[in-house]
Structures are given as C-alpha cells and as structure tokens.
Design a protein around this ligand. Structure first.
Ligand code: IPM
Ligand code: MG
Length: 358
C-alpha cells in the first residue's frame, strides 16, 4: 500500500528523532512492500520563526489531507516570552481541535530490560505493569472559554476557565476505552472528581451507561486524587484508564515517570474515522537538542502505533515493537535509559540497531 504521512518535526530534538523514525518506516516499507510519501510541514516554534504564527492553515490542510501525521515535539525556552495565544503549544492544541483528535492513547508499561530504571521498589512493582491512559483530548477546561472577570466577593480581578463536558463527548471516549479494554485485559477504570464537579457527575453517569453495552468489560470508578495515589501504590491494578483532558494530562505524566524511561513512551491521538496524529509523549528537550544523543524509541514506537491503529498493519507494528525489544535486550542504550557507567549510543546508532532487527 501507499501512504501519505504529514511530518511535523517541530523543535528541539524533534527533527533528530523524527528522522530516525522515518527511516524505520522506510525499512518497514522495504520489508513488507509499502511505500510512504512524506510531506514535511512546520508547527510550533519553528513556524513562529518562519511565519510569525505557531500553526498555519497550510500545515492544517496538509495534516488533514494526509493518511496520518507524525509529530516530534514543539516548544522551547526561545519562545517562552511569546504571548499565550501564540505560544508553540497552541500548535498542538490547534491540530488536536482541527483534526478532531478526541481520543489520546498513552500506554505506559515497564520494559523488563529497563526494570532497574523504575523508581518504584521491586517489592511494590511486583510483575510490573502495562496500562494505557485513554485521555479525552478536545474538550474539558482546555477548550472552554478562558477569560478575566471581577470577583463577586470583592477580591478584584480573577481568571476564569470554563470546564464543561457534553454527554456526547463522554460517550465517544468511553466507547474507545471499552473497545480497547476488550482487546487487552478487559478492565476499564474511569477517573473523575464526581464528589465535587458537575462535569464529573455527567462523566460518571455516561461512562456507567455506556458500560452496560460492554458486559464483558469490568468497570470501576476512581476519584482522580485516589488514582494519582494508586498509580504509585499499585500500578499493576490498571488496564485501561479513561479520563478527561486535564486529569489525563496530569496522570499521564505520572504514569510515564513510573516507567522510569519517559524517552520510551509513544502516543496516538485519534479522530472518529480512526485517522490520527502520532507523537512521543516527551517534549522537545532543548537542553540536548542538536547533539545526536536523544532517544528515538518513543517516536519509533509511535510509528508502530500508527501502523496498528490507523493502517491496520498489525504484523508491521509487531515487527517494530519486537525490533525495539530486541535492541534493548542486546544492551543498546541511549543516555536517558543507561544505568550509571553503562555504554551509550547516539540517536542515529540506536535507529540503525532497530532497523537492523526488522
Ligand atoms: C501534553 C502536553 C500538552 C497538554 C501541552 C504542551 C499543551 O502537556 O500533550 O500532555 O497539556 O495537553
Ligand atoms: Mg502533558
């Protein structure tokens, strides 16, 4: 098959890691008889530098027309002083909204080869964990109205952000979560703050109702504060966590940290037709940008998610994931996942090792 992929390398280490991932997809193409057409576009800080805005209509159009979008990372200290509605992050939020990417899947698991990097004691972590956070991505307080007003309690100026969830938005993300649990270990934990928030009461009611359509999947509910605690107390209890945009943002950072290797974790953001944007969950790491030492694995694994979720290419996705596992088993480490004193390889060498095992 022939696939057109919009490539948004972005800022910082983005270009280095995405280039390696593209070569991995080329290798998959050779081996399995697919061809990939790349359409590189700018977004984030590099777009601000080139066009004065973080996201152009051209970038949106190219991403919409492509079969899939591969993104590196956006942002960096260079653009910290830019006004908030023009910051590089706006590019991400804009692409999510424009492409209707309501379902953000963030797997977090412990690689047995990297167990030593896990910051949780072995007796607590037991056999490890393998969970996926299914985060709603185009609603919640992120996309409510943001404005200033005057306090009715006489406390002067106040900032306001409107938090809202429609039943429809909760239904579609809940279905995604249940469908995913079906092909995993059959358990969904819905995370909310229904003891305080009306949005969360709508969330809980709706997830419970959709849950009756999936009698084969076990559903439980957890308040977000408890979920934050449970993630470090016993992460092995989770299979699929479904939650809103803000709680999902916070919990997914926590989940990535307990793997001990944030440079390893991929993500997918999908729309209703199953098309999507794929990116590592880590950021642009400006401190190591341009040095050829960043870990490309999260981006490579994001490509595996693309093949699996948008193109239905299971064997190809498996081949990438197996090659990554074999490369780690053979002892190759970038600096972020190396134990003290262990030898390291750079970004390109890591990419080559992975490709050699496909
Ligand atoms: C993420 C990031 C973004 C978010 C930022 C950069 C706007 O933290 O993808 O998790 O909050 O969604
Ligand atoms: Mg985040």
């Amino acid at each position: 098959m022939q696939y057109t992929i919009a490539v948004v390398k972005g800022d910082g280490i983005g270009p280095e890691i995405v280039s390696e991932a593209m070569l991995v997809l080329e290798r998959i193409g050779e081996k399995f008889g697919h061809s990939f057409t790349w359409q590189e576009v700018l977004a984030g800080g590099c777009s601000i530098d080139a066009y004065g805005v973080p996201l152009t209509q051209e970038t949106i159009d190219v991403c919409k027309a492509a079969d899939s979008v591969l993104l590196g990372a956006v942002g960096g200290p260079k653009w910290d002083e830019v006004p908030s509605d023009h910051r590089p992050e706006r590019a991400l939020l804009g692409l999510r909204a424009e492409l209707g990417l309501f379902a953000n899947l963030r797997p977090a698991m412990m690689y047995s080869q990297l167990a030593a990097a896990c910051p949780i004691k072995p007796e607590i972590i037991g056999d490890g964990f393998d969970l996926v956070i299914c985060r709603e991505l185009t609603g919640d307080v992120y996309f409510g109205k943001h404005y200033r007003s005057q306090s009715t309690r006489g406390w002067g100026e106040m900032g306001c952000d409107d938090m809202n969830y429609s039943v429809y938005e909760v239904e579609r993300i809940a279905r995604r979560a249940f469908e995913m649990a079906r092909v995993r270990r059959g358990k969904v934990t819905s995370v909310d703050k229904a003891n305080v928030l009306e949005t969360s009461r709508v969330w809980r009611e709706t997830v419970t109702r959709i849950g009756t359509e999936y009698p084969d999947v076990a559903l439980d509910h957890m308040y977000v504060d408890n979920a934050a605690m449970q993630l470090v107390r016993n992460p092995g209890q989770f299979d699929v966590i479904v939650t809103g945009n803000l709680f999902g943002d916070i919990l997914s950072d926590e989940a990535s940290m307990i793997t001990g290797s944030i440079g390893m974790l991929p993500s997918a953001s999908l729309n209703e037709s199953g098309r999507g944007m794929y990116e590592p969950i880590h950021g642009s790491a400006p401190d190591i940008a341009g040095r050829g030492i960043a870990n490309p694995i999260a981006t490579v694994l994001s490509c595996a998610m693309m093949l699996r979720y948008s193109f239905g290419l299971t064997a190809e996705a498996d081949a990438i994931e197996a090659a990554v596992a074999a490369t780690l088993a053979a002892g190759f480490r970038t600096g972020d996942i190396a134990a003290p004193g262990e030898a390291t390889v750079g970004t390109h060498a890591m990419g080559e090792e992975i490709r050699a095992r496909i």
